[in-house]
Write a protein that binds this ligand. Sequence first.
Ligand code: GTP
Ligand code: MG
Length: 461
Amino acid sequence: MEFDTITAISTPMGEGAIAIVRLSGEQAIDITNKIFVGVGGKKLEDAASHTIHYGKIIDPATGDVIEEVMISVMKAPKTFTRENIVEINCHGGLVSVNRVLQLVLRHGARLAEPGEFTKRAFLNGRIDLSQAEAVMDLIRAKTDRAMNVALGQMEGRLSNLIKKFRQEILEVVAHVEVNIDYPEYDDVEEMSHKMLSEKAKYIRDELKKLLQTAQQGKILREGLSTAIVGRPNVGKSSLLNSLVQENKAIVTDIPGTTRDVIEEYVNVRGVPLRLVDTAGIRETEDIVERIGVERSRKVLNEADLILLVLNYADDLTKEDEQLFEAVNGMDVIVIINKTDLPQKINLEKVNELAAGHKVITTSLLEEKGIDDLEESISLMYFQGTIEASDMTYISNSRHIALIGQALDAIEEVLNGIDMGTPIDIIQIDLTRTWELLGEIIGDTVQESLINQLFSQFCLGK
Ligand SMILES: Nc1nc2c(ncn2[C@@H]2O[C@H](COP(=O)(O)OP(=O)(O)OP(=O)(O)O)[C@@H](O)[C@H]2O)c(=O)[nH]1
Ligand SMILES: [Mg+2]
C-alpha cells in the first residue's frame, strides 16, 4: 500500500534535552533533504539506511538557520512502519521543535493523527492488531510485570496462539467441506463428526484457559481498583500513606478528616493497585462531609478489592455492620488497626461478620502488619503464578470480549454435534469462531474499529 508522508512530534510536549520530529512515508527523506544542510554539504538521499547525520535545519525561503540537529535516516522496508522514516533530533525546547515541525509540514508532510505511525505498521503488515495494541500497553505499563506482559504480546505471543487455533479450525472446516461436497462417502461423514468434536473440545478448553488469565491480565494492565473504607478515624488515610510510603493523605485525630476521594498508584509485590482512600462512612449533617460519604459509597461499588478497616480500640458499631453488608459478595480484606492500643473490639464478632474473608491486624502507628497485608493481596490474585513469565495473558477488554464470544460459538458447535444437527449448519458456528478470533489479530476487522482503536494512541506514536 502507498500512503502520503506523515509527521509529528514524537516526544512529550515540554522542556527536555532532546525532542524528536518523526516523518514516515515515501517522501520522508526528500522532504527533510529540502530543509537540511549537512556538514560538508552532505545529502540525505545518499545516506545509507540506519545512519545518523549532523547538520542544520535551514528555512529555504529565507536562508535562516532554524535548528542544529542530528537526523536518523531509516529506509524502507526495515523500519517500524515499513516506510522510509526520518527522525530529526532537535534541542528539547517547545519553540525549536515546533519550528522544525512547521517547516516539515510546509514542505509536503501531513500532520499525523494519534497512533498513525503504529497504524501504518499494522496496515503495511509489519505487526497485527493485537501487537499494535501491545505497543500502547507498553507505553502505559505501570509495573515491570505489566511491561513484560505487553512485551510478550508485542512479540506476537498472543497472535501466534490465536493463529494456531484459527489454522486448526480451518483444517476442520476444510474436512467438513469435503464431506458436504461428497456426501456419498459415508465414512467421511463419520470421520468429520469425530474430528469435529475432538477439535471443538480442544479449542473450547484452550479458549477457557486463556479467558482464565483475563482477570490477572486486566489487573496487570489497568491496576487493581482498591478502595479503603471504614468509619471515620480508624486509620484509612494512614493505611494509604503506609502503602505508598509517603504522606499523600492528610491524617489527623479529627474524625471526618478526609472529605474527598484520594487516588494513588502503588506497586504491591508486582501487583499494581489503584488505591483509593475515601471519606469515613457515617451519618453526618456536615454538607461537605456528606458529599464525601456519598462519593465513598460510589467508589465502594466500583472497586475490585475492598480494604475494610476497623478500630481495635473501639467497639464494633452499627456502621461497621452496615459496611460489612455493603461489601457482601465482593473481594474483601478486613483490617483491624490500632492494635497498639488496649483492645475493645469483639474479635469473635469480627470473624463472624467477616464470614471467611481474610482478617489482618495492624498497628499503622508502629508500622506493624503491612507485610501481612501485602502478602495477602499478592496471594489473593496471583498465587505465585505471576512469576511464570512464559504465560500468555489476555488483558485487553476487546480481546477478552472476543474470546468470550468465540467460546460461545464453539459451545454451539459442540451442542450441535450432541443434538445431531446437520454438519453444514454446525459449520456456520465453526466459521464464526474462526472469524471472531480473526478480529483479535485484525484479520477480519472493520475499518471503523481500526480507526477508533488507533485514535487512542499518543500523538507521534
Ligand atoms: N494508636 C494508633 N493510632 C493510629 C493508628 N493508625 C492511625 N492512627 C491515628 O488515628 C487518627 C486517624 O487516622 P486517619 O488515617 O486520619 O484516619 P481516617 O480513617 O483516614 O479518618 P477519616 O479521614 O476522618 O475518615 C490519626 O491521629 C492517626 O495518627 C494506629 O495503628 N495506632
Ligand atoms: Mg482519612
